[in-house]
Write a new protein. Sequence first.
Length: 222
Amino acid sequence: MDDKLDVCTLNAVTAEQVTRHERKERTRRALLDAALRLLADRGFASLSLREVTKQAGIVPTAFYRHFASMEDLGVALVEESMRTLRGMIRAARSAPASSAGIIRASVRTLVEHVRAHEDHYRFLTRERYGGTGTVQRAVAVELRLFSRELAVDLARFEGLREWSTEDLNMMADLIVTAMLGTVLDLLEARPGDTDAVAHIQRTAEKRLRLVTVGVPGWRSDG
């Protein structure tokens, strides 16, 4: 009887812990989502803790159960947004083997991801080019790491396997820069303007072709 009682008690405690964890995760998610909504047309530096907690529907003091500071919240948003960007690249890895096919598939995937996660991409690009402090530095660090991961991927392609790490990193940096330019163009395009999006896609493909053709040409001349 006592054993059964102990098991029931343990199960009740475990269920309570799970419920508490779920509530904590829901509140944390609410804070992140609230911040993203507020950041739709402004920079992170202008955001206040009270605004975020009010939008999330919690009291200001509860904020500190999830984040040490507003900067901590901002860095969490950067990390989440970068996971979105990495997901886009993973999807693009299933592209056709030809160079032209890879470029077309990568641009198409980028367009789809930007449209599906505009809040994340808008936050990243705004803080990358116009942010300040801890959050801007976090974006710079994450983009640098992302570029290095891309360089590792590039090294797997035929014709790039003998390239030096320095040259692969340079090519990856150029691709990331071109990709961010495309993201900005897409965010500035009017919703539903299919002609503008098609033009952006064509321009993005040209940018990537210039990188993939120009960099190997530069190396052969060097």
